[in-house]
Design a protein around this ligand. Structure first.
Ligand SMILES: [Zn+2]
Length: 247
């Protein structure tokens, strides 16, 4: 393949632009904000799950409290009924009287046990409410932290996108100066060899694979016409001669 030396040099400019574009694409994919966002998303999920569990716990405790309170009411009503019967002097048989008094005593014990349960449920409810309040505060903090990280991510992406757009413009201009067949070969090799299709020969070394060329290879290159498109014997990339080739 033939191409004027100046066109071959342009290929090196194109390679530099393409490597820059790859670095920009890599930066977009590996922005530190992305890791931060995924950490925050996990945290948000965790907090929302905890809040949902907290809401369930609160409604369970509400039900438990209502049940305990209605138990207290029932026992109290029964105690009052028994007390009224006692006070009204309706019970005359001593055995029945004794039975009624002992029932009232046992109902009072039961009532105070049930009242203990109500208090205990109320305490648990207060603790659960406090946990809910703390969870909501944590959630709000994590949400605003996420929003800030998202803002940082999008401004970083915008900045990179602006660099990418200007590099893409430059690429179009430079690519227009490279002959089609050389451009096609370069594109194929770039895909094949890790994003690098063309490399400079610099002080006897291929910049693509960093290997020094042998004396006989350098000898052959010296003999080759200036417009001959050369390839590195080691990495097969297009090897471009420059003023710094050391020939
Ligand atoms: Zn090489």
């Amino acid at each position: 393949m033939k191409a004027a030396p100046a066109q071959q040099i342009r290929l090196l400019d194109l390679q530099e632009i393409d490597s820059g574009l790859s670095r920009l694409a890599h930066r977009v994919r590996t922005l530190p904000e992305l890791a931060e966002l995924s950490r925050l998303d996990a945290r948000l999920t965790e907090l929302r799950d905890a809040l949902a569990a907290n809401a369930t716990e609160l409604s369970d405790l509400d039900r438990e409290q209502r049940k305990a309170e209605s138990d207290v009411d029932q026992v109290r009503a029964r105690t009052e009924r028994d007390t009224r019967r006692l006070d009204a002097g309706q019970v005359s048989s001593p055995k029945e009287l004794e039975g009624l008094q002992s029932e009232i005593a046992s109902l009072r014990r039961r009532q105070s046990e049930l009242e203990e349960i109500v208090l205990e449920v109320m305490e648990r409810r207060e603790a659960a409410e406090a946990r809910g309040t703390a969870l909501r505060a944590d959630l709000a903090a994590a949400e605003s932290e996420r929003e800030a990280a998202e803002d940082r991510r999008s401004s970083a992406v915008l900045e990179i996108e602006a660099d990418r757009a200007s590099a893409a413009d430059r690429r179009t201009r430079v690519a227009a100066e490279v002959p089609d067949d050389l451009l096609a070969l370069y594109t194929k090799l770039r895909d094949q060899y890790d994003g690098v299709g063309a490399a400079a020969l610099r002080y006897g070394r291929c910049e693509g694979c960093k290997l020094a060329l042998s004396t006989s290879e350098l000898g052959q290159i010296r003999q080759a016409p200036a417009d001959e498109v050369l390839r590195c014997e080691d990495c097969r990339r297009i090897l471009v001669r420059t003023d710094e080739s050391g020939l």
